[in-house]
Ligand binder design. Structure first.
Ligand code: AMP
Ligand code: ZN
Length: 139
């Protein structure tokens, strides 16, 4: 299943070049063209789905298992000091390509760019925290 207008579907089909670091029947893993750090990579499921809301649970599980394996492999090969795994959904959350992907971002102690994933904190009152908990708690 592919979306004709989707750039990641075109990369998966080999119609747009990429630096592929891993491929199997379900996924292609490529280097990000605008890397946040050395080795920044993207796990792309081969079947088009837009985001976490659309992806089936089996593929999502496989993607996380692959992220685990690649985190070990990339950390060893790149000798990085830490690792972020990031996944954006919808424009408001920073998603710019609407084909599900997981960012694999190696982190380096001596990197110039350290504030890759910084955010400001929000504050909620005790009542608000309780209300949020009650709304989210599984019954
Ligand atoms: P997101 O903002 O989570 O949707 O991430 C999309 C990512 O795709 C960005 O980090 C882009 O740099 C990356 N990207 C966009 N086009 C390409 C491409 N042709 N090859 C590799 N990475 C790309
Ligand atoms: Zn796609």
């Amino acid at each position: 299943m592919r979306d004709e207008a989707c750039i990641f579907c075109k990369i998966i089909a080999g119609e747009i070049p990429s630096y592929t670091i891993y491929e199997d029947e379900d996924f292609k893993v490529i280097l990000d063209v605008n890397p946040a750090s050395k080795g920044h990579a993207l796990i792309l499921p081969k079947h088009h789905c837009a985001d976490i809301y659309e992806i089936d649970e089996d593929t999502a599980s496989k993607a996380m298992r692959l992220a685990k394996r690649l985190a070990l492999h990339m950390t060893k090969q790149l000798e990085c000091d830490g690792f972020n795994i990031l996944q954006n959904n919808h424009e408001v959350a920073g998603q710019t390509v609407f084909h599900f992907h997981m960012h694999l971002i190696p982190r380096y102690q001596n990197a110039k760019n350290k504030d890759i994933l910084m955010w400001n904190h929000e504050t909620f009152s005790a009542e608000e925290m309780a209300e949020i908990r009650d709304r989210l708690k599984s019954k």
